[in-house]
Each structure stands twice: as structure tokens, then as C-alpha cells.
Write a protein that binds this ligand. Structure first.
Ligand SMILES: C[S@@+](CC[C@H](N)C(=O)[O-])C[C@H]1O[C@@H](n2cnc3c(N)ncnc32)[C@H](O)[C@@H]1O
Length: 216
């Protein structure tokens, strides 16, 4: 349900593809159309991307990349993949398959992955909803073929947003504990972490400036 294409003017040279279940995309299209119809200035509710294409697909299935390509996605173009709030809903094999498919794209074009990863204790926040986790995405992603991985924890300078100044804030307390700890020694509670990860790779490590795709 993300609306980056409507919010970010930096996408003006990018072709944006939004992948989601068809029912979700239908609801999104209806809501956005209703908002545009009732807006005082409908220019406020317009995609800022060069193009915006919604692709109905289930990323647990084997055909989602084919569906993207049928919709116009060109694998040879530089691509930023945004997997925000999604991979921990997949099973371990499903998530690994998605990550492998994206890592393989590094051999074709400059590829950037932006994703959030839960660590293992975070999956206990729900009995059944959260499945995939990685305590070490900064090790996992290079093993799949990504060459540069940057990991941030909430509260780090690049994941701070001016909101987390209190050193006693839960996220700040967690950041000071070794990542290998699954349980907080102060209170015996699970160290539930959400890692914000940027990974990239390219055939020759040279960025192609080919008018990038963006997938959300
Ligand atoms: C928590 S939302 C996050 C969406 C977006 N990143 C945002 O911030 O608005 C998860 C989204 O992933 C979609 N989703 C969940 N499982 C999916 C799957 N197997 N294939 C495609 N989309 C899926 C959901 O329908 C939902 O729109």
C-alpha cells in the first residue's frame, strides 16, 4: 500500500512497478482515484514517477518476475528493489528464494536492495505471522551475491529521524548490546530487532545510468 511514487519527486526519471496481491492493488487504485476526484487540486494526488505500473503477483509463487517482465520491467536496467514490511511474513524457503532471485539480478545490471529484516527474537512478537528472520543479514546477503551491504539499527544516525534522543529508549538500549545476544541481560526479555538493510551489486561494480526501474 506504499505511495512512494506519489510522494517522491526524485522518482521523476524512474519507472516504478508496485507488486502486490490483485485485491490490494484494486483497493489502492480505488482509494487513490477517489482521493484525486475529491481533492481541491488533483495535481496533489498524481504519481511523480516517470511511469507507474501496478503488477498483481504473489512473490511466494514462481511467476512473479515473469509477470513483472510482461508488465514492462527490463531486467537489464538498473533497479532498486524495496522490500519493506514484507519478507518476515514469508517462510524461510520463500524469502530465500525471493532474495536469491534479486541477488541474481546483480549479474545483469546495477541492483540495489532496500529491505527490513527481523532477527529471530522479533518473530516471537506474533505466534504465527512472522516467519522469516535473519540475525546476520550482513552475512547472508553477501553469501547470495550482493557485494556491498550496509546495516542500520533503529536509532543509528541514518535511522534516527531526530526522534530517538533518549538513551533509555528501547531501541537505543538494544543498539548498545552485542547483536549475538538473543536475550537482554538487563531484563531477561528477547532482544527484538529490526534491521534496515541496503545491499547492492553489479556486473562490473560500475553503476549504469540507464534510467532506473524501482520496484516496491
Ligand atoms: C506491511 S505492508 C508494507 C507495504 C509497503 N512497503 C508500505 O510501507 O506501505 C505488506 C504489503 O505486502 C503485501 N504482500 C504480502 N505478502 C505478499 C506476497 N506474497 N506477494 C505480494 N505482496 C504481498 C501486502 O498485501 C501488503 O500490501
Amino acid at each position: 500500500m506504499d505511495t512512494r511514487a506519489y510522494r517522491l519527486s526524485c522518482l521523476k526519471d524512474s519507472d516504478v512497478y508496485e507488486v502486490d496481491f490483485s485485491g490490494v492493488l484494486d483497493v489502492k487504485t480505488t482509494i487513490l482515484q477517489a482521493a484525486a476526484d475529491s481533492a481541491y487540486d488533483s495535481q496533489h494526488i498524481m504519481s511523480k514517477a516517470k511511469s507507474l505500473t501496478r503488477v498483481a503477483a504473489d512473490i511466494r509463487e514462481n511467476d512473479w518476475m515473469e509477470k513483472l517482465e510482461t508488465a514492462g520491467y527490463i531486467p537489464q536496467k538498473s533497479t532498486v528493489w524495496i522490500l519493506e514490511g514484507i519478507i518476515y511474513y514469508l517462510t524461510q524457503p520463500q524469502a530465500m528464494q525471493v532474495l536469491r532471485i534479486l541477488a541474481n539480478k546483480c549479474a545483469l545490471a546495477h541492483t540495489v536492495l532496500l529491505a527490513d529484516f527481523m532477527n529471530k527474537p522479533s518473530t516471537t512478537l506474533s505466534n504465527s505471522v512472522f516467519q522469516f528472520y535473519s540475525d546476520w543479514p550482513d552475512h547472508l546477503l553477501p553469501s547470495l551475491g550482493f557485494t556491498n551491504v550496509k546495516l542500520s539499527q533503529i536509532g543509528d544516525p541514518d535511522a534516527h529521524f531526530g526522534l530517538l534522543n533518549d538513551p533509555l529508549n528501547l531501541f537505543n538500549r538494544l543498539r548498545s548490546l552485542p547483536r549475538s545476544l538473543q536475550t537482554n541481560p538487563d531484563d531477561g526479555k528477547p532482544c527484538c530487532r529490526l534491521y534496515l538493510v541496503e545491499a547492492s551489486g553489479s556486473p562490473d561494480q560500475n553503476v549504469s545510468h540507464n534510467g532506473p526501474n524501482t520496484q516496491a
